[in-house]
Ligand binder design. Structure first.
Ligand SMILES: Cc1cc2nc3c(=O)[nH]c(=O)nc-3n(C[C@H](O)[C@H](O)[C@H](O)COP(=O)(O)O)c2cc1C
Length: 390
């Protein structure tokens, strides 16, 4: 049934039909004029690949390993706050799909399903995402719980010192105190999307931010979300605080939200296990470069000292190939799995992963690469190599 979705754009269209507009705006939106959001996807398309022929590509091996754990392809589900609002107990469904497909799933601090519920859904361990928040006691306890449950990879998100201004969320009422008008509109949008109202609104309870519920209280997810972010994220955090995280996290530590080569060099010098080249999917500093254009300078700055992952705008297996050709060891995808989850729950996310895998396999075969170790800057055509020398 899910095979009717040919590509990620189909999943996007299906999500738009299923989800109430205020949620779709939250997922799709970027900050300010959404310039960086647009660049993330557009800039991939400026990279041309070399079409190579008459090579034996009868056995394509796209398997890899992240931090010592095997993965079926170099792709990870990015942490997404509120994903549990896209389908009933959404993070659990997506985690199951990812585990079955053999790729890592990252759980956001701001998920609907708490860490305990997600961990019970599979024998695999998700990656954990954490923001630097003012309540260090909460952070310490959350890290200790993750470690106790056998998690070994922490994505520490560092690009949200203050939340980027997202006009779509302002208009929908998500990022400001609810008014009578916004409440009425939300009710209207809910009743006009009866599948979602039934699946998530009624059957997907409780609608709380599972991990932070103990400190936020049992307010509704949407009511708690932006207010909590604005009050609790710590804008005073500096590089010195990374040592505190290190002390409290015995596993692999990956900084998510590196976009500048000086920051990348500093992360490597501090002994980070990895970085995610990310501008938060164009949701933070509008006007910042796309991640794919920022990547080559970061690869040069890291000098092989840490794993380099990239996210932002990856919409096809060809984009995944391009990111690897520019020096990343893997990509994270964000919005595509939010759309897939809304479109078809666990089966929708499974279909999304099938699509990425099939497209990536074709890109590898037609560039003459039988394994991912063969994907490097030599697979890019001269028309794009001036931007990507690595
Ligand atoms: C709806 C949504 C929620 C997000 N929530 C988080 C989050 O809780 N933590 C985090 O580190 N990044 C979060 N991000 C950023 C993603 O992890 C990722 O960096 C971004 O989505 C990648 O871009 P893409 O959506 O174009 O693939 C969120 C992004 C979206 C779209």
């Amino acid at each position: 049934m899910m095979s009717r979705f040919a590509n990620i754009a189909d999943l996007h269209r299906a999500a738009r039909r299923k989800l109430p507009p205020f949620l779709m705006d939250y997922i799709d939106g970027g900050s300010f004029a959404e310039e960086t959001l647009g660049r993330n996807t557009r800039d991939f398309q400026t990279l041309s690949l070399r079409q190579r022929v008459l090579r034996d590509v009868s056995n394509i091996d796209m398997s890899t390993a992240f931090f010592g754990t095997p993965a079926s392809m170099p792709l990870v589900l990015a942490p997404l706050g509120l994903a549990g609002m896209n389908a009933r107990r959404g993070e659990v469904q997506a985690f199951r799909a990812a585990t079955e497909a053999g790729v890592p799933f990252s759980l956001s601090t701001l998920s609907v399903c708490p860490l305990a519920e997600v961990c019970e859904a599979s024998s695999a361990a998700p990656w954990l995402q954490l923001y630097m928040i003012k309540d260090r006691g909460f952070m310490r306890d959350f890290l200790a719980e993750g470690s106790r449950r056998g998690l070994s990879v922490l994505l520490l998100t560092v690009d949200l010192a203050v939340p980027g201004t997202r006009y779509r969320d302002h208009r929908s009422g998500l990022s400001r105190p609810a008014t009578f008008a916004t409440q009425m509109r939300r009710i209207y949008e809910t009743v006009t999307h009866p599948h979602w109202a039934w699946d998530v609104g009624l059957k997907g309870r409780p609608h709380v931010l599972g991990n932070i519920a103990p400190i936020v209280g049992e307010q509704s997810t949407l009511a708690a979300f932006w207010g909590w972010v604005a009050k609790n994220f710590d804008p005073a955090v500096t590089w010195d605080d990374i040592a505190w995280v290190r002390e409290n996290w015995p596993g692999r530590l990956v900084l998510k939200g590196i976009l500048d080569s000086d920051d990348a060099a500093r992360a490597a010098a501090l002994g980070m296990d990895g970085v995610v080249v990310s501008n938060h999917g164009g949701r933070q500093l509008d006007g910042a470069p796309s991640t794919i254009t920022a990547l080559p300078a970061i690869v040069a700055a890291i000098e092989g000292r840490a794993t380099i992952l990239l996210d932002g705008g990856v919409r096809t297996g060809v984009d995944l190939f391009r990111a690897l050709a520019c020096g990343a060891q893997g990509v994270l995808v964000g919005r595509p799995w939010a759309w897939a989850l809304a479109a078809g729950g666990q089966a929708g996310v499974a279909r999304m992963l099938e699509i990425f895998s099939a497209e990536f396999g074709v890109a590898m075969a037609l560039t003459g690469c039988a394994s991912i170790s063969e994907i490097d800057c030599s697979t890019l055509s001269d028309t794009s190599s001036d931007r990507t020398s690595n």
